[in-house]
Structures are given as C-alpha cells and as structure tokens.
Design a protein around this ligand. Sequence first.
Ligand SMILES: [Fe+2]
Ligand SMILES: [Fe+2]
Length: 202
Amino acid sequence: MNTMTETLHGAHEHAKFREMKEGTAEDWAIIGKEYREFAKGLPDRVLDHLKLLKGDFGGFPVCRLEHSLQTATRAHRDGRDEQYVVMALLHDIGDTLGSYNHPEVAASIIKPFVTDEIHWICENHGAFQGYYYFHFLGMDKDAREKFRGHPHFEACREFCEKYDQAAFDPDYESESLEFFEPMVRRVMERPLASMYAKVVDD
Ligand SMILES: [Fe+2]
Ligand SMILES: [Fe+2]
C-alpha cells in the first residue's frame, strides 16, 4: 500500500479477508457501515456527473446540461412531481459513459427511487425520441411502435413530446441546477424498493 492510499483510507477500519469466502460478520459490519456512509453521497456524485454535460453541444442548439435543465424545467412548470422532474433532469446523464445506450444508464441510476412508470419512461425515451429524427439518419422513426400497447407507452410518448424533444430552445429561461438540487437530494434520500434498502435502513 503506498503512502497516498494509506492517507486516503488509513482512518477507516478494513475487513480482513483476502477472498470473500473467508468473510466474517465483523468484516461485513465494517463494510456495511462504510456502505451506508458512501450511499449518502450519491446525490453529490450524480450532480457532479451531470455537470460533465456542460458545454457539450454535440452539434445541438444547446449544450447537454442546458437540455437537461430545460427538460426538467418544462416538466416542473407543467406540474410534474419530484420523481418525474428528477428523471427529466437526469434522463441524458448517461451520454458521457453510455454513448450507445444512454437511456439505460440514467434509468439504472434512478431505478431504486422512482415508480415503475417513471423508470420505464427513462429507460425507453431513446426510441420515442427517435420519432422526431431517426428518419433523418436513415433509421425508422416509428421504432417506438414496438412498444405500442405497453401500459407506459403513452406516458413515454408524452414525456418526449412535451418536454424532451421541446428542450432545445437557446432562448428558454431554464431553472438553474441549484434549483433542482434539493429535489435530487429528496428523491435519492432512500431507495423505495431495492435489494439494498434493508442495508440502508439497518
Ligand atoms: Fe436522451
Ligand atoms: Fe433528452
């Protein structure tokens, strides 16, 4: 272990095992405690990552952070609840790491904290957004039709129509990221239903 690593981690207790199968209750008490502390920092890590979208235009009229703020602002001003607004804010956060499947990245991040419908909207918004541009790229604008009949089809269509495809206006007055921060913190305060919820609760 080098000096830097010792400085970073030296103040913390460590589990003793070299392979997980050697783990003891004492080891896992240490790890569980660390996990609960680390989990509390999730909103900060998510907000920091969202900021990576700032200045990233990709040829669009507004940068990806402004698009995110504008999508969330439009949803908020239309009276959507906090889970929905936070989904709208984060729906493209996967653009940096999931360049070929960005909706799934955002959907995975919000999954423990939102309803099935809001998760589904996020996970599938890519195909529904395609209705507005896939044909310009030689793709099928009706790609969303494979989901026709799904209980959340209309909700996803509406998200894209009202908020996502509409959020590229350089003259729109979006709320700031600071405005949405408390919402992100409230929504991500604790998992609604997750295999990890019990660990956080203990
Ligand atoms: Fe997207
Ligand atoms: Fe988007």
